[in-house]
Design a protein around this ligand. Structure first.
Ligand code: UDP
Ligand code: MG
Length: 154
């Protein structure tokens, strides 16, 4: 069981629609631990670095325009297998095929405006966390509830 950290963004549509608390609530209730959290405006440079894998795609200019159009909430969450867990809670990229119970399946209909970003691999998570946060912004703390969420090894 590997403890991982993953980058989560509540995208501009989610912030504008008042879904920040709902996203945090779901991650908190599940038992993940927040280690960083801020409201911020993404500029074009950061958008390009964050979505570098999509630079050649036809939707890239629209995607950059969207994520820079209004503030996002950027967060780092920690748990065993956090990357895959958050991806499962998000649902697939296209909300039209996202099951009810997932964030996209419950709150989105549009492929572009799909409320939430979550890193897609532990390697990419480390890169994305470094893109959005200074090391000093990552808070090392113990969530006392954690011992009732994850059974101690041995
Ligand atoms: N996106 C889009 N059109 C597409 C595919 C993706 O507008 O045809 C947007 C959408 O907001 C998506 C983001 O680009 O969340 C990144 O795409 P990716 O395939 O990495 O999906 P994700 O990892 O967010 O599920
Ligand atoms: Mg992606």
């Amino acid at each position: 069981m590997t403890v991982e950290r993953t980058l989560v963004l509540v995208k501009p549509d989610g912030v504008q629609r008042g879904l920040v608390g709902e996203v945090i609530r779901r991650l908190e209730f599940r038992g993940l631990k927040p280690v960083a959290l801020k409201l911020m405006q993404i500029d074009e440079g950061l958008a390009g670095r964050h979505y570098a894998e999509h630079r050649e795609k036809p939707f890239f200019p629209g995607l950059v325009g969207f994520v820079t159009s209004s503030p996002v909430v950027a967060m780092v969450w920690e748990a065993p297998n956090a990357v895959a867990m958050v991806r499962a809670m998000m649902g697939p990229t296209n909300p039209a095929s996202a099951p009810p119970g997932t964030i996209r399946g419950d709150f989105a209909v549009d492929l572009g405006m799909n409320v939430i970003h979550g890193s897609d691999s532990p390697e990419r998570a480390a890169e994305e966390v470094a893109l959005f946060f200074e090391p000093s912004e990552l808070v090392d703390w113990e969530r006392t509830q954690s011992r009732w969420v994850v059974e101690a090894a041995g």
